[in-house]
Design a protein around this ligand. Structure first.
Ligand code: DGL
Length: 269
């Protein structure tokens, strides 16, 4: 049984890469819904619908465990999918919870009042839908006292990455980081809260102050998956990696290779 990995497009490949570094034998099926990307500017109802269909596609491919390698889907749709739609032995995990756990050093299930975690402020770079959901700030403040979250909706950045427009993407990173720094000049931590953004991580790093800690979501999520599989070994199985796209397979493969630096052979979903 392969583990399914869903994103609206190329971004989830950053998470899949971290999974493969930690679990080189594990079988995965990646589904990039490139035909519908970007989803981060869409209304919540559309994000729900696209996420549910993407997860169903991976269930149909034989995956009983699916990771939403997409902050937008995780922030907007995951909770409702788990409550209203999921049945039986299948499971869907997101990328949001492990980052909150890491930043606050608290388990998700720990519902005791917020504590002093040493975290004073966090810069969040994310899609408009993720920022609008307020989920990141809400969940962080539920656990950490006196933490300020300053969010920047990086309008246009996923579009540029999906289009393979590296120059445009670099200019957008510079502009969005500058816009956030006007409101929070020295962020203690910065979270790239969209799985596409680590594809531009060097540019974010260069644009942010040296002292700002850049939180690497793919690695945190990979550690969390390793831990999950130790507790639920029935989902672990050795095998190949399959890349599916709802978009144009040749074009998607080319753009994935441009950002990742190695061949990523997509086939039609
Ligand atoms: N990678 C998705 C995320 O993490 C991008 C969403 C989009 O398609 O705009 O939010």
């Amino acid at each position: 049984m392969a583990i399914g990995v869903f994103d609206s497009g190329l971004g989830g490949l950053t998470v899949l890469q971290a999974f493969r570094d930690r679990l080189p034998e594990q079988a995965f099926v990646y589904f990039g819904d490139n035909a519908n990307a970007p989803i981060g500017g869409r209304p919540a109802a559309e994000i729900h619908d696209i996420t549910r269909k993407g997860v169903q596609r991976l269930f149909d491919a034989g995956c009983d465990l699916v990771v939403l390698a997409c902050n937008t889907a995780s922030a907007v749709a995951l909770h409702d999918l788990q409550v209203d739609w999921l049945q039986g032995d299948r499971r869907v995990l997101g990328v949001f919870v492990p980052v909150i756990e890491e930043l606050t050093s608290r388990d998700w299930g720990d519902n005791t009042p917020p504590t002093h975690t040493g975290l004073r402020n966090v810069a969040l770079f994310a899609t408009p839908a993720t920022v609008e959901s307020g989920a990141f700030a809400r969940e962080l403040k539920f656990r950490a006292r006196d933490v300020e979250v300053v969010a920047e909706a990086c309008v246009g950045l996923v579009d540029a990455i999906e289009a393979g427009d590296m120059v445009g993407a670099e200019a957008l990173v510079d502009a969005h980081v500058a816009s956030l720094l006007e409101r929070l000049p020295e962020p203690q931590s910065a979270v790239l809260g969209c799985t596409h953004y680590p594809l531009m991580e060097d540019r974010f790093r260069a644009a942010l102050p040296n002292r700002t800690r850049l939180v690497s979501q793919p690695e945190i999520v990979a550690d969390s998956l390793v831990d999950y599989l130790q507790r639920h070994p029935r989902f672990a199985q050795a095998g190949d990696v399959v890349y599916l796209t709802s978009g144009n397979p040749a074009q998607t493969s080319r753009r994935a290779e441009l950002f990742l630096g190695h061949p990523v052979p997509f086939t039609a979903a």
